[in-house]
Design a protein around this ligand. Structure first.
Ligand code: BEZ
Ligand code: FE
Length: 308
């Protein structure tokens, strides 16, 4: 049963009284006058929360060592292709929360209702995806491969516009950087069956702010279950799935860069994303596509950017 704020405060005070009541103040006071200004500002709060947590749960040395080993293992596993420590933050909801805080700070003084919300970047972004003409495909596998045959019934035409939040006018010359996992739930760098940069591309909007491309209808996928983040999910009796989504970074001269995703509203995990990144404004419907032999599905989505 959740405790009330008052009960929490009473428990916190009791836990503090049990242990050296001056300990945390002493640790905070060790910060020197030449400390980095932002650290000077945030470390007292971090230390208080961290120490209160240890006291509240009567953390043992064995438990602390297990936590340290988990983080060490995540660090050892992390490479330029896999960010296990980032994944730990994601499954704890930290990247989604910090994304919300950052966008609130950016848009505090503005009307943010019309702006497309941001959401987490995730660990699979790669810079320098191929720059492609509008109307082309981000599928680079040959049509006679098993991968392509599996993907064929999910071929999707995606199009829309990039618009200004303040004027509603199109943003020509915006770059729509897109990446996604295949229908097998794997990103190109996780899947030997996909060529380099498969399902990644950059498209520049035309004079009416329009972009258009072919991709695949995505599927829900498991975030890497074979590392400490996966083990933690299991210990917490949580599932490892992300609902089907497509990632974007949208850049345009004079506008704030937008990092976001669109989500298939019909996905069974849409209300239960293991990294807590879904927002209502980012839900889309994949409609059956008629009259285009290159696509079985069609989706339209407009991105609305805030001025820089
Ligand atoms: C992703 O969508 O690629 C992702 C985001 C957070 C954690 C793991 C994967
Ligand atoms: Fe993803």
């Amino acid at each position: 049963m959740a405790l009330t704020k008052k009960e929490n405060e009473t428990n916190g005070a009791a836990a503090k009284a049990k242990y050296d009541p001056e300990f945390t103040d002493n640790v905070i006071a060790a910060t020197g006058s030449k400390a980095h200004p932002r650290l000077k500002e945030i470390m007292p709060s971090l230390l208080r929360h961290l120490h209160d947590f240890a006291r509240d749960v009567d953390l043992t040395i064995a438990e602390l060592m297990a936590g340290i080993e988990l983080i060490n293992e995540a660090g050892r596993m992390s490479t330029d292709k896999r960010n296990e420590t980032g994944l730990l933050c994601d499954i704890l909801g930290l990247e989604s929360l910090v994304d919300e805080i950052t966008s609130k700070l950016l848009f505090e003084s503005r009307e943010s209702g019309a702006i497309t919300p941001s959401t987490v970047l995730g660990p699979f972004y790669r810079k320098d995806a191929p720059l492609l003409p509008n109307g082309s495909s981000i599928i680079y596998t040959a049509p006679d491969t098993f991968w392509y045959l599996q993907a064929e019934r999910w071929l999707t035409h995606l199009s829309g516009r990039v618009l200004s939040a303040s004027t509603g006018k199109p943003a020509p010359g915006a770059v729509v950087d897109i990446w996604q996992a295949g229908p097998n739930g794997l990103y190109e760098q996780q899947d030997p069956a996909q060529p380099d940069m498969n399902l990644r591309g950059r498209f520049q909007t035309d004079e009416l702010g329009r972009y258009a491309l072919y991709c695949v209808r995505p599927a829900a996928y498991k975030v890497a279950p074979d590392g400490p983040a996966g083990r933690l999910l299991e210990l917490l009796d949580r599932h490892p799935y992300r609902p089907a989504h497509i990632h974007f970074v949208i850049t345009a001269p004079g506008f704030r860069t937008l990092t976001t995703q669109i989500f298939d509203r019909e996905d069974m995990y849409i209300k239960d994303d293991t990294v807590f990144a879904v927002k209502n404004e980012l839900l889309v419907s994949f409609e059956p596509c008629e009259g285009d032999e290159k696509a079985r599905w069609t989706v339209k989505y407009d991105f609305v950017l805030s001025e820089a």
